[in-house]
Design a protein around this ligand. Structure first.
Ligand code: BMP
Length: 210
């Protein structure tokens, strides 16, 4: 089973397409974030889908009023994105505005140290919101497997857990999958490596071994 998501945080269109194409065999999906959209335009979503045949996750971390979230999400789903990531802290109405347009992933906790300041204290409420709205999945930190276990234990069955933070941020694929993650999100350890295909293959093997 494929459980690896490539975080394609480069600016350049050609580099992005090249890395996505050569790693696609080992991926479940490709995630695009602001750097790639700013550098290459929204059309990259459509192109990545054509080149890889994989789902594309638009990691926009939408955090606005419902109308603005909806205006953004409509265009991004329209470009072919299969999933859009939204923050939950802006409230149910803002998240629902995205969910009405397509499959949504809600941030319930982040992987960086600063997440402890404001996001982690709100995780329980964000889990509650998620269980009520039942989106496709949530973002949780691969850098803190114990938090992934905690989130898993409180999340409704069927809601997927996607975890960034493996590799460059210090998280370990095996540990976070054992803690309950469904997918791992990896960026720099793949796209900055000398051989992105080989790096993706190794991570895929590690996943299969769990
Ligand atoms: P990297 O493997 O290079 O650290 O990339 C991780 C990716 O996941 C980046 O696109 C980052 O924006 C995203 N991400 C994260 O690292 N932590 C989070 O809590 C949420 C994220 O979306």
């Amino acid at each position: 089973m494929k459980r690896l998501i490539l975080a394609l945080d480069v600016y350049e269109r050609e580099r992005a397409l090249e890395i996505a194409e050569c790693t696609a065999d080992y991926l479940w999906a490709v995630k695009v974030n602001w750097p790639l959209i700013i550098g290459s335009g929204l059309g990259i979503v459509t192109e990545l889908k054509q080149v890889t045949g994989l789902p594309v996750i638009a990691d926009l971390k939408l955090a606005d009023i419902p109308n603005t979230n909806g205006l953004i999400a409509r265009r991004v789903f329209g470009a072919g994105a299969d999933y859009v990531i939204a923050h939950g802290f802006t409230g149910r109405d803002s998240v629902k505005a995205v969910m009405e347009l397509g499959e949504t992933i809600i941030v319930v906790e982040m992987s960086h140290p600063g997440a402890r300041e404001f996001i982690q204290p709100a995780t329980d409420k964000l889990i509650e919101l998620t269980n009520e709205l039942e989106p496709f999945g949530v973002i949780a930190p691969a850098t803190r497997p114990e938090r992934v276990s905690y989130i898993r234990s409180r999340l409704k069955d069927g809601i997927k857990i996607l975890t960034p933070g493996v590799g460059a941020q210090g998280g370990k694929a095996g540990e976070v999958l054992k803690a309950g993650a469904d997918y791992i999100i990896v960026g720099r350890s793949i796209y900055e490596s000398e051989n992105p295909r080989e790096s993706a293959r190794r991570l895929h093997e590690e996943i299969l071994g769990v």
